[in-house]
Design a binder for this molecule. Structure first.
Ligand SMILES: C[S@@+](CC[C@H](N)C(=O)[O-])C[C@H]1O[C@@H](n2cnc3c(N)ncnc32)[C@H](O)[C@@H]1O
Length: 217
């Protein structure tokens, strides 16, 4: 796997995948994008609850780290299941060091990058289970309240943004649950609706594009 570290416009870093010819997050601001979509539109819907979160495309761990950090105020008890077929190595994770984005000088925590296939207790309110598996093959044994759908784009990975895949996720979600994602392409909205979701479009980060919050009622 060849990935290069690059700086984005808000000073946060992300990766560029040579294989997919895409960045892991927006070059207009990786941190800003993650907060806007996954935290503000997703996580903040929940407070003081038991929450199962699934992330499709764990990648650089940015969403997981921000979820753990922001949840300290929201006080949910989170089980976070992140999946990825090509986890990044520890050296790359240390070079990225997303922890420098947080207040209070939080130290790098390698548990966000090591111990794949094991449940890790990050804190009293945050358990992390990272699984090296393809979305197409993953066995989902929980029902999720919130899904972060953060695969590469529909252009690069059309096989992941399909009705069949969204149906599989829909089946493994609780009532009143949400799937949030950065792509608002017509085929994505259509596939989500066909899978049973109510789909809403929101303003994207930095005014650039729309994003999607799909609701399982
Ligand atoms: C856009 S990046 C994810 C960015 C990530 N959420 C972050 O915070 O850095 C997409 C990720 O999806 C992973 N991926 C690609 N195909 C996949 C598949 N079929 N199943 C699971 N993960 C996949 C890639 O390895 C990559 O890490």
């Amino acid at each position: 796997m060849t990935v290069n570290i690059i700086y984005t416009s808000d000073g946060s870093k992300t990766l560029y995948s040579e294989k997919h010819k895409e960045h892991y997050a927006s070059i207009n601001g990786a941190f800003t994008e993650a907060i806007h979509i996954f935290i503000n539109l997703g996580l903040k819907k929940f407070e003081n609850q038991n929450l199962n979160i699934l992330e499709i495309g764990y990648g650089s761990g940015l969403n997981a780290i921000l979820t753990w950090y922001e949840n300290q105020k929201l006080n949910n008890k989170i089980y976070y299941h992140g999946i990825d077929i090509e986890p990044i190595d520890l050296k790359t994770a240390k070079a990225l060091n997303h922890f420098t984005l947080l207040e209070n000088n939080i130290k790098f925590n390698s548990n966000f990058y090591e111990k794949w296939g094991e449940k890790v207790i990050i804190s009293k309110k945050f358990q992390l289970f990272k699984e090296k598996v393809e979305l197409e093959k993953v066995n989902l044994s929980k029902n999720y309240n919130l899904i972060y759908f953060d695969a590469f784009s529909p252009k690069s990975q059309p096989e992941l943004w399909t009705t069949e895949i969204f149906q599989k996720l829909f089946k493994n979600m609780t009532a009143n649950s949400y799937l949030v994602t950065y792509s608002s392409k017509g085929i994505v909205k259509q596939a989500l609706r066909q899978a049973g979701f109510e789909v809403k479009r929101f303003q994207g980060p930095l005014g650039k594009r729309h994003i999607i919050c799909a609701n399982k009622l």
